[in-house]
Each structure stands twice: as structure tokens, then as C-alpha cells.
Design a protein around this ligand. Structure first.
Ligand code: FMN
Length: 329
């Protein structure tokens, strides 16, 4: 026999331990039961995890001092309800003391009587198979008798003591109108095609706003670039025509002719570059600036509408990817 082995005493504080545990992101469940005398029991628990596929087993752990200990340790069945992103308030309520946790909560009775909360992303109806006292918690192993899931909803997440309701899959997974997988087809899955279609969707309505300002699409792009240059340089001497051509994705002779016409219309002013007399610098006139500002406000408004169903982090990530693609990275 090998000598008895013992763990080293911890060299960390309980606070450090909690903080380290908090780095493990989880979902959030409410574990529910109906006691033999008919009372409802339920508490928020993030300690849920899978144990075995065959037989189907899951586990969760309950603090030994928990008020609901008797209900769970004596009962034959319980249900584990995995919460959706719109159920954070329920998670908070089932962790709170001195409130009626069940007030107004919608549920149905499961196959063995445990309450199944309405609107969850998944439910596991369990037979109370075994319990293990470990430290200040009891580990419950449940044998799953029934399970359901709602594929069109996103789970609530928990990490570092905070709830997260913005799920990376939200909008694609949770949106029944989202594009479906393309089964190997080219059109509809090719990046160039998608970018073209997306470009069309973005500009379809905005073209009217550009025309209403008496501008062409390329003149609008020139004014937008000049607007940004003025922002970043303050007292800018202007943007060189070569740079402008690069920024608006047009050939230099085309842009030269365009800015001459825009100068005649009072939208831009042309100046010789003090550093190089052969170069022409372009600035927006107050009229050009006003046209640009009006269109930029409309563009932002339209962007907000287009992205209304996306979360802020999704929209930001999408733009970051496009910027990467555009810069050839
Ligand atoms: C996100 C979250 C996860 C929790 N996970 C657990 C858990 O896994 N086990 C546990 O015993 N308590 C957990 N709690 C705390 C209980 O929900 C809380 O102590 C509750 O009041 C216990 O209810 P009871 O005393 O009626 O049994 C969690 C609380 C929150 C907010």
C-alpha cells in the first residue's frame, strides 16, 4: 500500500479562489422540485455539468446550508432548467432570499412532477440518483429521464460574477429568418457575392439621399473623405488629388475632372500645395461641408436601422473583420 497522500494546504485566499473559479464561464440554471407535501422548491445554480452519456447523467452541487437542501436531498426527482438570455431577472430572483421566487412564474409539471419553467433553452428532468457530501457542498448526480431544448434561443451566460446576455450566436442562431447553410452552393456563400449583395442592401435607399443633395455617388465619397480629413488634421491644408483618388477608389484623371466640376459648383476649393506647387490640394467649402454633414447623419441613421437586430459586439466584430479584409490582412 502506498502511504496516505494529502493535499498541500492552500496558498491562496478564499477570495482568490473565488476569482479564479469565476474565470470559468458557465450557463445559468434554475434547479426545481416539487416536494412530497406539494411545495415548490427552486434555486439558481451554475454548478451544473454533464457526467455521462450512457447512462445519461448530469451533476450540480448545492451548498450544505441551503434552505432548499431538504427538498432536494429527500425528493426523488428534480428538473434542471437552463436559462435563456431574457431570463436574467429570474436567475436573480431564484438566488435571492426573502422573496416569493415563484410569484407569477410560468411552469408546467414534468413527467415525474418537477416544475419545468417556461421559456428556458433546455430542460433536464432528473431522477435523484446519488448524492455526495464534499466540503461545504453536496454533489447531486441526476439520471436524466427527459430532456428538451429550444434551438432558436440563446443561453444566458455567467462569468466572473456577472451575467452576459449578448450571445455570440445571437442573431444567427436565435433568428429564424437568418440565412441558412448553403449545402455547398456557390452563389449565396461566396464572399464576393455576399459583399456585393450586402453593399446593395446598404446603398439601395441611401442612393436617393445622395441624389436629393444633387450629388453623384463618387462626389459624395469625395465629400466624406474631405470631412474625415478635416477631422483628423484640424486646420488641414487639404487632401492631395492622388490621395483622394486612392480613398474614393477612382482613377486620378477622373477625380481631377470631378473636383474641378465640384469647385465650379461651390462644393470644394482647390489650392496649390505650398510644399509642392505642382500638387493640388482639395478642401470642402462650407456648402460642401453642410452637404457632407447632412448625408453622414442620414448614413448613420440608416446604419442604426440596418443593424438594429444585431448586438453592439456583433456589429463591432463585423466591422473589424471588414476593415481587416479591406486592408488585405
Ligand atoms: C449565477 C448564480 C449561480 C449559483 N450557483 C449556485 C450553485 O451552483 N449551488 C448553490 O448551492 N448555490 C448557487 N447559487 C446561490 C444560490 O442561488 C442562493 O444561495 C440561493 O439563495 C439558495 O437558495 P436556498 O437557500 O433557497 O436553497 C448561485 C447563485 C447565482 C446568482
Amino acid at each position: 500500500m502506498s502511504p496516505a497522500r494529502k493535499a498541500l494546504p492552500p496558498d491562496f485566499s478564499p477570495r482568490d479562489f473565488r476569482a479564479a473559479l469565476g474565470m470559468f464561464a458557465t450557463g445559468v440554471t434554475i434547479v426545481t422540485a416539487r416536494t412530497a407535501s406539494g411545495e415548490l422548491a427552486g434555486l439558481t445554480a451554475s454548478s451544473f455539468n454533464s457526467v455521462s452519456l450512457d447512462p445519461p447523467l448530469v451533476l450540480w452541487s448545492l451548498g450544505r446550508a441551503a434552505g432548499s437542501m431538504a427538498a432536494f436531498s429527500n425528493g426523488q426527482h428534480y428538473a434542471i432548467n437552463v436559462l435563456a438570455t431574457d431570463q436574467q431577472a429570474l436567475a436573480e430572483r431564484f438566488a435571492a432570499r426573502d422573496v416569493d421566487r415563484w410569484q407569477g412564474v410560468d411552469f408546467v409539471a414534468g413527467v415525474s412532477g418537477a416544475p419545468l419553467l417556461t421559456g428556458c433553452v433546455a430542460t433536464f428532468e432528473c431522477f435523484n440518483r446519488s448524492q455526495y457530501i464534499e466540503g461545504d457542498h453536496v454533489i447531486f448526480v441526476g439520471e436524466v429521464e427527459r430532456c428538451t431544448r429550444r434551438a432558436s434561443a440563446a443561453p444566458l451566460l455567467y462569468h466572473g460574477g456577472r451575467f452576459y446576455t449578448e450571445h455570440p450566436l445571437q442573431g444567427s442562431q436565435g433568428d429564424p429568418t437568418a440565412p441558412q447553410p448553403t449545402d455547398g452552393r456557390f452563389v449565396g456563400s461566396y464572399l464576393g457575392y455576399l459583399l456585393g449583395q450586402a453593399n446593395h442592401a446598404v446603398y439601395r435607399d441611401f442612393e436617393n439621399a445622395i441624389t436629393a443633395q444633387g450629388l453623384t455617388h463618387i462626389a459624395w465619397r469625395v465629400l466624406a473623405v474631405l470631412h474625415d480629413a478635416a477631422l483628423s488634421h484640424g486646420e488641414t491644408p487639404g487632401v492631395a488629388i492622388g490621395q483622394l483618388a486612392h480613398d474614393v477608389l477612382a482613377k486620378q484623371p477622373t477625380v481631377t475632372k470631378l473636383v474641378q466640376r465640384m469647385a465650379e459648383e461651390g462644393l470644394v476649393a482647390l489650392h496649390a500645395d505650398p510644399a509642392d506647387q505642382r500638387r493640388t490640394l482639395v478642401t470642402a467649402t462650407p456648402t460642401g461641408q453642410a452637404a457632407a454633414s447632412a448625408l453622414i447623419a442620414q448614413a448613420r441613421q440608416q446604419e442604426t436601422t440596418l443593424l438594429a437586430r444585431w448586438s453592439a459586439s456583433e456589429a463591432e466584430a463585423f466591422k473589424r473583420h471588414l476593415q481587416k479584409l479591406a486592408s488585405g490582412q
